[in-house]
Design a protein around this ligand. Sequence first.
Ligand SMILES: Nc1ncnc2c1ncn2[C@@H]1O[C@H](COP(=O)(O)OP(=O)(O)OP(=O)(O)O)[C@@H](O)[C@H]1O
Ligand SMILES: [Mg+2]
Length: 243
Amino acid sequence: MIEVQGLHKRYGNFTAVSDLSFAVRQGEVLGLVGPNGAGKTSTLRCLAGIIPASSGTVRIAGHDLAADPIAAKRALAFFSDEPRLFDYLTARQHLNFVARIYGVANHEAIAQPLLEEFEIADKADQLPGELSRGMKQKLAIACGLLHSPQVMFFDEPLTGLDPLGIRRMKNSIIKRARAGATIVLSSHLLHLLEEVCTHVLILKRGEKIADGTLAEVSARFSNGDANVNLEEIFLRATGGSDI
Ligand SMILES: Nc1ncnc2c1ncn2[C@@H]1O[C@H](COP(=O)(O)OP(=O)(O)OP(=O)(O)O)[C@@H](O)[C@H]1O
Ligand SMILES: [Mg+2]
């Protein structure tokens, strides 16, 4: 469902992502982890076609992102860590607008349950300036889910949400994976990732240190210790705070 081969992302002379290859299958949730500046956002933006990769191939739901970007982008949604909304559109108008862009038929039947799922139904007629940060994030997520994407990229989806919001977000992600979506999410909240992800990929200075199921990656860094959690694996794999 997501296939990445030899992805490089350079900004000028600086290499942010280097020779990254991995695949995520339908129903899997891959946690992308790594220290600040490891290249998580750069990777996710390249995979979603928001910024161009310097080299490498990305296939989304069977579509080559470079050769057939429209088909690939129709199949995906990208959720930024900085939701961008239109100042003069209400929450409901955002959903109507996105529905029109993606050609979603009968979108009201989809939009209302999304507003309810993300607890912003009572704010449907408010402008972004009248919403809290977490509510803006939820609105951006509802907009991204409107076209029922098969592939979803979340960059720090849990930051800024309250504890109940985090739990609901986790459940929304798990629900969509169980329904057959393919999901990649980056987060520093490792104990939460453990509850959501089937697989994990550790990045350090733009390079893949490890990937596999949580059990596989744990086994690799456990050094024989039983019950090593993802935070401990992260610290062992990345050498503490040194990136
Ligand atoms: N537009 C840009 N121009 C130049 N360098 C950039 C640009 N965007 C990111 N970088 C650099 O690329 C590297 C990776 O950044 P990126 O935002 O992908 O990291 P990240 O893993 O998402 O970090 P964080 O955990 O802080 O969100 C960093 O060294 C960053 O300074
Ligand atoms: Mg980032």
